[in-house]
Ligand binder design. Sequence first.
Ligand code: HEM
Length: 113
Amino acid sequence: MYNIAVVTHLLGMAALVGGYLAGQPAVNEVMVWGARAQLITGVVLVGMAESIDSLGKDPNMVKISVKLLVAVLVTAFAEMGRGAAKRGRRVVWMTHAAGALAIVNVLIATLWT
Ligand code: HEM
C-alpha cells in the first residue's frame, strides 16, 4: 500500500510538472489536479511512514515541513492561476511561480538527504 502511495505521488508530480510545461503560459486543469494530488498523497505517505513501524521509515520532519509549505504555495498559485484563466485572464507569473516551486520540491525531495 505504501509503495502504491509512492507511485501516485510520482504520477501527481508528473501531472504537475508536465501540465506546467505543456500548458504555458496559462495554468491548465492537469497542473491543478497534480498539485492537489501532491498534497493528498504526500500527507498519506507521511501518515503511513509515521504510524506503520514495519515500514522502517523515519521521515525527516524538517524536510517534510519545507515540502509541505512549498506544496501549499504551489497549490495556491495553481488554483488562483486556473481560476483567472477560466475567466479569460492569463496571470503568467502565477503559472511560473507554481511551476518553479513544483520543480523546487522535486529538488528538495531528491537532493536533501
Ligand atoms: C509539489 C509538491 C511535491 C512534489 C513535486 C514532490 C515530489 C516528490 C518526489 C519526486 C519524491 C521521490 C523522491 C525519491 O524517491 O528520491 C517524493 C517523495 C516523498 N514525498 Fe513528496 N513531493 C511533493 C509534496 C509532498 C508533500 C506535501 C509531502 C508531505 C507532506 C511529501 C512527502 C513525501 C514523502 C514522505 C516522500 C518519500 C517517499 C519514499 O520514498 O518513501 N511530498 N516527493
